[in-house]
Write a protein that binds this ligand. Structure first.
Ligand code: COA
Length: 135
């Protein structure tokens, strides 16, 4: 398994409100979890983390280190994690994203996600957009 420390390094460098190392580790070790990582030149530069419960899945996080962005890495991670979710029996994937996170919203819409609803002020300072994609 990829080192939790490397994944945590990406987490800290990609989110203003990162999960703690303990939260990440506990989620990754959960038997329902699905994880994909991408390594370039020996550096773990991105990961995607989600969960499959029966025939539904949820994508919790996707992150790529700033120096490695706009190279298609997130698209590749999404495609790999969708494959893993499908393999574990999921037929659909849900996620929530900050409405003002334009790069992420664009990424998800390009990958075929569709808007289900908006949850006002879910993040306090921003609304959440709930997205869904058939797998
Ligand atoms: C969102 C994020 C994962 C995208 O990673 P990435 O590897 O740069 O994305 P990709 O290169 O695969 O981009 C795929 C598509 O997403 C969209 N996209 C990605 N970054 C974008 C940006 N800064 N502005 C506009 N669209 C963007 C584009 O449609 C892009 O396709 P294109 O390059 O052909 O135009 C990355 O910016 C990141 O880690 N952000 C911080 C963490 C985060 O907000 N995660 C999402 C919520 S959990």
């Amino acid at each position: 398994m990829d080192s939790i420390d490397e994944i945590y390094f990406v987490e800290k460098n990609c989110f203003s409100d990162p999960w703690t190392r303990e939260m990440l580790e506990s989620e990754i070790l959960n038997k329902l979890s699905v994880l994909e990582t991408e390594t370039k030149n020996g550096i773990l530069c991105g990961f995607a983390l989600g969960r499959v419960v029966a025939d539904e899945s949820e994508l919790f996080k996707i992150a790529v280190l700033p120096d490695f962005r706009r190279l298609g890495i997130a698209q590749k991670l999404l495609s790999k994690i969708h494959g893993q979710m499908r393999q574990k029996g999921a037929r659909v994937c849900f996620l929530e994203v900050r409405s003002r996170n334009f790069p992420a919203v664009s990424l998800y819409e390009k990958a075929g996600y569709q808007r289900v609803r908006v949850i006002p002020r879910y993040y306090g300072d921003d609304d959440a957009v709930v997205l869904k994609r058939e797998l």
